[in-house]
Design a protein around this ligand. Structure first.
Ligand code: HEM
Length: 385
């Protein structure tokens, strides 16, 4: 993947996709990706760029559910949704989770430590973020497996390159999610607690609150999109370290580097590789002229390896500074969960380094085929037990 990105940055940094019904360009360079993410000429919703994308029967339900995701909306709705969610999902609420994140990571490692080997994806990288987001939202612990399944289906849907890649279960899952969340919300309305769902229901700004459907959509967004990516930060990051034993050893000797290492691992093998926008007003960026309705795919994973922005960009350097990577996006849609993801990443890497001595790969893992998300299928490792 990264060799393809390099070739594209050098040969066709603004690549026009052939045979599409309207112009779609793919951007590979850091400066062009940032320019689009900053530019008011580009919007998130296709209809605000003047065209409706064809809607297929089997995606009607999931589109309905996702229609209240701030991630996929433009102002004024984006601004309103983001304002209200930020009132509930505060840095204080995230910081208060640190103790619980540590306890959870300890418990997960306790379970596997004596085995001397495990699939680190399944036994550590996956459960940690799911347990954390479930607790933060105040959703029932026993439903975690279900959240995991939904998150996978949504990731496959959002990362589908063509209609054939859309998972067939997506419509049924959307119905299930909406029903499940509806019941959960009713319960929280009757008995509000010290959790994010109750805070979302109560959040008010300029006399406005989130509608019932907006709370449902937002909870689905935080519960699914919010953990899938963190799983991949931990798993991809561990894999990157295992392939660079020198950097792994450096980090073990200097654990104070962990916060910088988390940023570097986010840059080096970004969980979100790609995002998209539409041009709403004509503009010139990256040497190309953009017309209203043109679409653009922004390769965050390539921008993060651009040598114009990062010296020796293909080198993993756990002490890299500065590191203005785009793994959490840039501009108006900058990741709302970045603080939580960073905290989880720091705790996860610190504990793994402390507890799993002599960590090594048992077998080369494979990546899930998905253009937008970078996810491993498994991570078989061993250590000195
Ligand atoms: C937005 C990445 C964790 C919630 C984004 C965007 C990226 C991203 C790239 C911007 C997308 C765009 O501009 O099109 C990541 C990565 C994570 C992570 C790499 C983990 C390592 C989380 C977590 C949560 C979360 C833990 C919540 C619990 C959101 C939300 C948005 C967002 C709500 C939309 C913000 C907006 O539209 O204003 N994330 N994310 N993310 N992320 Fe994350």
């Amino acid at each position: 993947r990264y060799a393809v990105y390099r070739a594209m940055r050098e040969l066709a940094p603004v690549y026009l996709v052939a045979d599409s019904p309207f112009p779609i360009r793919v951007l590979f360079r850091y400066r062009d990706v940032v320019a689009v993410l900053k530019s008011p000429a580009f919007v998130r919703e296709a209809r605000n760029a003047g065209h409706e994308l064809p809607v297929r029967e089997e995606t009607v339900r999931i589109r309905q559910l996702l229609s209240t995701w701030m991630l996929l909306r433009d102002p004024p709705d984006h601004t309103r949704l983001r304002g209200l969610v930020s009132k509930a999902f505060t840095p204080r609420a995230v910081a208060a989770m640190e103790g619980f994140i540590r306890q959870t990571a300890e418990a997960l490692l306790d379970r596997i430590q004596r085995q001397g080997q495990a699939d680190l994806l399944q036994d550590f990288a996956e459960p940690l973020p799911v347990i954390v987001i479930t607790r933060l939202l105040g959703a029932p612990d026993e439903d975690r497996e279900r959240f995991r399944r939904w998150a996978r289906i949504i990731a496959a849907y959002l990362g589908a390159w063509s209609p054939e890649d859309v998972p067939p279960q997506v419509s049924a899952a959307a119905v299930e999610m909406a029903e499940y969340m509806g019941t959960l919300l009713d319960r929280r309305r009757r008995e509000p607690g010290d959790d994010l769902i109750s805070a979302l229901l109560a959040a008010e700004q300029d006399g406005q609150r989130l509608s019932h459907d907006e709370v449902i959509g937002t909870v689905v967004m935080l519960l699914t999109a919010g953990h899938e990516t963190t799983v991949n930060l931990i798993a991809n990051g561990t894999y990157a370290l295992l392939r660079h034993p020198h950097e792994l050893e450096r980090l073990r000797r200097s654990p104070e580097l962990v916060p910088l290492a988390v940023e570097e691992l986010l840059r080096y093998d970004s969980p979100v590789q790609m995002t998209a926008r539409h041009c709403a007003t004509p503009v010139e960026i990256g040497g190309a002229r953009w017309q209203r309705g043109d679409a653009v795919l922004l390769m965050l994973g390539s921008a993060n390896r651009d040598p114009e922005a990062f010296p020796d960009a293909d080198r993993l350097d756990v002490g890299r500074q500065p590191n203005e990577h785009l793994a959490f996006g840039h501009g108006a849609h900058y990741c709302v969960g970045a603080g939580l993801a960073r905290l989880e990443g720091r705790v996860a890497f610190t504990m793994m380094l402390e507890r799993l001595r002599g960590l090594r790969l048992v077998r080369e893992p494979r990546y899930v085929p998905n253009v937008a998300f970078r996810a491993l299928e498994s991570l078989p490792v061993a250590w000195e037990s």
